[in-house]
Design a binder for this molecule. Structure first.
Ligand SMILES: *Cc1c(COP(=O)(O)O)cnc(C)c1O
Length: 434
């Protein structure tokens, strides 16, 4: 294959794609430098367009839980493609896929397939508003729920805040419909319900926050949300687009939190690397979707045969191989190693991890919400990122993201990561705290 240079690709890309990328984080604005363009991937490795091989800890934000280009998944997709890519007509595999999710996720009586996590959340929110007749949604600062209007809102100052838009083009009406409180702050949720309870349709939460870096829920936080929403007649939506099937072979809510949400959104892992996501939950809510109910939702490519084939095959392989214990062990070895090495070098790095997902936060203190995360040194993170990249390791190009170990990663990869990290720590330049 012809060798291309990432710099040249980026110049070409910037002329025809805004910022040169199809999703902002890929532009490396958080760390500087020229973004990586991937030519191919196999198992835990990716090959860049200029011919470098990197060990990948992004794994498409966790979607590639079995590693890249897994043979059985490639075959399943090829086979599906050979039988027709899309019909706009129902197919048998969609039924298999829905039955599989319903059998694996407690509280998911019915499920609808969509094309992205963004869509799954949009549908969940519309459904919550449709069935409650209420307008507001409460979300947590630093949790990401895709790029639809009402969830592109960040908190202003103060504990209980009406949000401010975090994007141009979001109407004041959409912002007014969104309440934002700090993650892990049950008191703030109680205050929000005390003030606005009769107008809140739903609380939406990432059970383990994954979009400000990895931030686990505090003791009692998720159970508390379940109780408050129930008391006030609001729906609890667990956005498990990252969490679901990532920490174990079901939802986080069922496996670790011991709660049953009203609605659950899934994405990333369940699509096996193709555009596929889902929203599901209690039948009495799900039946309110069109065509049985008044809440409209649709999609030309929803339940797409190629995507469903990749998703089903991924679930088959996960069921058979159950890689979760191994990924968790590798993840904790990595996290402990990172924190230990950083401490030896007197660096403020706290690596938070859970079951193979980790974030090296450049701060001394544990991170429990977005305010803690914002205290991190992004300048130090940028140096760590580029130091690792120079040594053949690709981590998230932003401090405020998770990194993912796949079933294809090995103990040797963890050792190589820690050796590289040690070397990076030994060669850091002074950094600005700005
Ligand atoms: C990735 C993500 C989304 C959005 O999914 P897309 O497929 O990128 O639209 C929504 N919620 C959470 C928690 C996510 O991590």
């Amino acid at each position: 294959m012809k060798k291309t240079c990432c710099d040249e690709l980026f110049s070409r890309a910037k002329r025809v794609i805004p910022g040169g990328v199809n999703s902002p984080v890929r532009a490396f604005n958080g760390v500087g430098g020229t973004p990586v363009f991937v030519a191919s991937g196999k198992r835990q490795k990716i090959r860049t367009a200029d011919g470098r091989t990197l060990t990948d800890y992004c794994c498409s934000w966790g979607a590639m839980i079995l590693g890249h280009a897994r043979g059985e998944i490639v075959s399943a997709v090829k086979c599906a493609a050979a039988h027709g890519s899309t019909f706009g007509i129902a197919t048998p595999a969609e039924v298999d896929f829905a039955e599989r999710l319903v059998s694996l996720v407690p509280g998911m009586d019915m499920v609808r397939a969509v094309n992205s996590g963004t869509e799954a959340v949009m549908t969940a929110l519309r459904l919550a508003r449709g069935v409650t007749g209420r307008t507001r949604v409460l979300k947590f600062d630093g949790c990401y729920h895709g790029h639809s209007d009402t969830v592109l809102v960040k908190s202003g100052s103060g504990v209980l805040t009406m949000g401010a838009s975090s994007s141009a083009g979001v109407t004041p009406g959409a912002v007014a419909d969104t309440l934002v409180v700090p993650y892990n702050d049950l008191t703030a949720v109680e205050q929000a319900f005390a003030a606005h309870g009769d107008t809140i349709a739903a609380v939406i939460v990432e059970p383990v926050a994954g979009n400000m870096g990895l931030v686990p829920p505090g003791e009692g936080f998720l159970k508390g949300l379940r109780k408050i929403t129930k008391n006030f007649g609001a729906l609890l939506i667990c956005d498990e687009v990252i969490n679901g099937f990532r920490f174990g072979f079901s939802s986080y809510s069922a496996l670790y939190a011991g709660i049953t949400p009203d609605l659950i959104t899934l994405g990333k892992v369940i699509g096996g690397g193709l555009p596929l996501a889902a929203v599901g939950g209690r039948a009495k809510w799900m039946r309110q979707l069109a065509p049985t109910g008044p809440v409209y939702q649709a999609g030309t490519l929803s339940g797409n045969p190629l995507a469903v084939a990749a998703g089903l095959k991924t679930l088959d392989l996960l069921a058979r191989e159950q890689p979760y214990g191994r990924m968790a062990e590798l993840g904790s070895a990595l996290a402990v190693g990172i924190s230990t090495i950083a401490a030896e070098h007197g660096l403020p790095v706290t690596c938070q991890s859970f079951n193979g997902v980790f974030t090296p936060f450049c701060t001394d203190a544990p991170v429990q919400d977005l305010a803690d995360a914002k205290a991190c040194s992004t300048a130090l993170y940028a140096q760590i990122f580029h130091g690792l990249l120079d040594r053949g390791i690709y981590i998230a190009p932003s401090q405020f993201e998770c990194n993912f170990i796949s079933a294809a990663h090995s103990a040797a990869d963890v050792d190589a990561f820690l050796d590289a990290f040690e070397d990076v720590c030994a060669h850091l330049e002074p950094w600005d705290e700005a």
